[in-house]
Write a protein that binds this ligand. Sequence first.
Ligand SMILES: Cc1ncc(COP(=O)(O)O)c(C=O)c1O
Length: 459
Amino acid sequence: MPSHPLEPFRIKTVEPINRIDRLARQQALESAGYNLFGLRSDDIFIDLLTDSGTGAMSDRQWGAMMQGDESYAGARSYFELKESVETIFGFKHLIPTHQGRAAEHILSTLLIKPGFSIPSNTHFDTTEANIRARGGKPVNLVIDDAADPSLPHPFKGNMDIDKLEAFIAETGRENVPFGMITITNNATGGQPVSLENIRQTADTYKKYEIPFIIDACRYAENAYFIKLREPGYAGKTPLEIAQEIFSLADGATMSAKKDALVNIGGFLVLNDDDLAQRAKNELILREGFPTYGGLAGRDLSAIAVGLWEGLDEGYLAYRLGQTAFLTESIEAHGIPVVLPPGGHAVYIDAGNLLAHIPRNEFPGQALAVELYLEGGIRGVELGSVAFAYTDPQTGEEHFPLMELVRLAIPRRMYTETHLDFVAEALGRIAERRDEIHGYRFTYAPELLRHFTAQFEPVE
Ligand SMILES: Cc1ncc(COP(=O)(O)O)c(C=O)c1O
């Protein structure tokens, strides 16, 4: 019996949700070209597409929004955010952006030239796309254990340090303008990275004088995993652990839509004065003046408060508790999931559940479509639709490690009953798995294809 996550809040505002019938769901799917991104949210009962910007803000955040300062330059809201960021992240320069990918874009524009390579444990899709868009090559060097969904490694998001060393030696330091690590490692199951591994990664980059940038979207969840699982950290607060993590790096990109508990926002933080100045010039060109960077003042104020709420231990215990609860409830139906449970989402091993569907007919997409048909539940494929690509030089097709469906849990949004409903719908699908067929593209763009691709069923 999964243990029950205790909500450290009570509900002050509610939002009704619709439950359209199966025939209407089938019609909605057809008109969306079987791409769940193409659905209207009114046609969805439980939306687990993403935890990004979809969570509930607190009364304190809404209060801070009412007091946002909308001055074009020097707004009070910017200084509120600066204070929170300086305390938690500790970098010298704060460059607010409208979301995480804008920070990635600025960094990629300034530092990547065609032929350069950027290593990470595993890049997320927007980071990969921003690197490729500049002619660079994203390189994923996660530990081999990450490829085994059933292996209960405590820090399955870790970088393989030997692979990183070998990669830099082979590629040449001059072709690696910066190196990254993603915490938690979203693309391999929301899996955490240990502090020891972050330190070894930092040491390796330092040895070659490669600037170290952390993709920090879910740093608070990662810090709490460290507290729970890494020897020597049980007595530290998530804040102290976060401060230790960031003290090892030269900068970070942040999507505030995750662990800062807001609906929009992000930032780039850097120590290097010259790089930060160039980033600000780039920001002015595309996002806005450096004290607001594409956001309203009230958004900055909400992030300033949300960063602290995201580090609260009661909240983090509930947050990781919900993910563990859904993972265990799904597993109880005999459905293979990535173990141990990650931070923000449950990852179903669709390649295993629907082993009769070949990878080029997208078992993950088939499962995601079926889950919507069965229960009006929206998840997202994170397998070959999202990550397979053809190497432009060799023409060779590359597949990702796993064919996953991610059910991301928005923060402070759904109750345990909603999560039970999801697990039961999956249980019914598993019983009739042999009847489920694959899909083929009728349209696919070159970059970030899962957002807008269109499909048809393979009969
Ligand atoms: C690990 C990771 N990095 C970067 C991003 C991009 O952030 P944003 O959606 O705010 O552009 C995401 C978003 O899901 C993410 O999960």
